[in-house]
Design a protein around this ligand. Structure first.
Ligand SMILES: [Zn+2]
Length: 146
């Protein structure tokens, strides 16, 4: 890591960019989650025309899906909060394997990437190899049992 000459500007551009990225995603999600919760509540409060049971269960399913989506977004929101915390501690955006900085483009696409592209590819390759080895050994077992 390169030491900066002034203490006041210790935070790098990368830090600021990443923070902006996370913050804007957080705001986006927050307004989506809050908007959705309002929608569901507003729907529930409405005086509905009496429905036959088929129609009302369809609406229930729709509400379930909405709630599941809200839950998913809320979880993402939690992860973003954690990422922001890690960013403050300088442990966000560095590769878990080799410690190199993960490129901003990659982080933009995969907010919670923990490996750089090279390490991720190496890992995928290793896993594919393992899978093939397993397939190989199971085929030979199969051959023996024949
Ligand atoms: Zn790496």
């Amino acid at each position: 890591m390169v030491a900066t000459t002034t203490n006041t500007s210790r935070k790098s551009n990368r830090y600021l960019d990443l923070r902006n990225m996370l913050e804007s995603r957080r705001l986006e999600l927050m307004s989506e989650v809050h908007g959705k919760i309002r929608d569901v509540r507003a729907d529930k409060g409405k005086d509905r025309e009496p429905l036959d049971s088929g129609e009302s269960s369809e609406i229930d399913i729709q509400e379930d899906i909405e709630l599941a989506l809200i839950q998913m977004k809320a979880e993402t929101l939690n992860k973003i909060n954690e990422a922001l915390k890690r960013l403050e501690e300088d442990s966000y955006g560095n590769c878990f394997e080799c410690g190199e900085e993960i490129s901003e483009a990659r982080l933009r696409a995969l907010l919670f990437a923990v490996r750089c592209k090279d390490c991720e590819e190496a890992r995928e390759l290793a896993e594919r190899k393992k899978l093939f080895e397993r397939l190989d050994s199971s085929t030979s077992i199969f051959d023996i049992s024949n």
